[in-house]
Ligand binder design. Sequence first.
Ligand code: PLP
Length: 358
Amino acid sequence: MRPLKALINLEHARSNYKRVRSLCPRSKIIATLKANAYGHGLDFMANAFSDADAFSVLCIEEAIELREIGFDGRILLLEGVYEFEELKIASAFNFDIVVHNDYQLSLIRQLPDLKKINIHLKINTGMNRLGFDIENLPKVLKQIADSKKINQIILMTHFANADNEKGIKKELNTIKNLIQNYKYDYSAANSAAIINYPETHLEWVRPGIMLYGASPFQNKTANELGLKPVMNLVSEIIAIRLIKKGDSVGYGSSFIADKDMQIGVVACGYADGFPRIAPTGTPIIVENQLTRTLGRVSMDMLCVDLSNVSNVSIGSKVELWGDNLSVDEVARHAQTVGYELLCAVSSSIRVPLSISYG
Ligand SMILES: *Cc1c(COP(=O)(O)O)cnc(C)c1O
């Protein structure tokens, strides 16, 4: 069997959940499970975060899957529904929905009166992606105030800069003004805001990346934040060769040896989710020793420097990211963020680990 595996550490997932719980003792937690639980598998993660007050996903198929595996709590559709048929399904399954525009409001008006739906009314506070503009909010709220189709209304917004120095000051002022005027539940904080801005916790928080043990920040590691990596992407050395000074490695011959050296081939490539853009020098662990990748990442393989790695042979263990090398560190070399690498991991290679080995 091909040795590449994404080992999913459910103990670490539970520990990260507890970390969120301790940071926001008074808020309800919506565990973000979109993108197949950030590449970790919807079923595994729904299980690990079963204490959460709600789950959120993007598409209704994922929400139905959660119902089918037995989760009968609140499930939020993060972009709401895309058409009326879907709204009927959402209402039948008791899903909460985001409502971010007039089109979605008009769909709700077409629902029969007997079923009431919970809506998370999305407000644009500067992201300029989804949501009603503040100046239209009084009108919208007036429209739905006595709606027979709506159960709970939660006012939600999403921060554009909770993870960087631009911060959330303006957005927070907007929210405070709303709270003065409208007595609803509020939902604003993603992982970065949960960690950096306790004043944004309000009634509901929406952690994502921190639950998976990666950092939402460029300048703070997951470890520093008390988070534990949930995914260990591991494989093995499947070939070893000696190359001579001047020899090149891989497509495009982008790496050229400046001395005779031993290199290894790892069973993992961009088809599995390892970023093709990761250049020579991207960190990787072989036989518990830190080394570097060499040359271009291929579809199913990549090459590593074994010059200073001892006790190596075919079958030697390789960690691409996980407990000993953070996904954020690898992402930095690939000019991206841990989020993207985790989400890209092929769903065929996941294996749950219910034991802690950290
Ligand atoms: C993805 C998402 C989150 C979680 O964000 P993290 O940065 O992963 O914590 C929260 N809220 C909304 C609306 C999202 O789309």
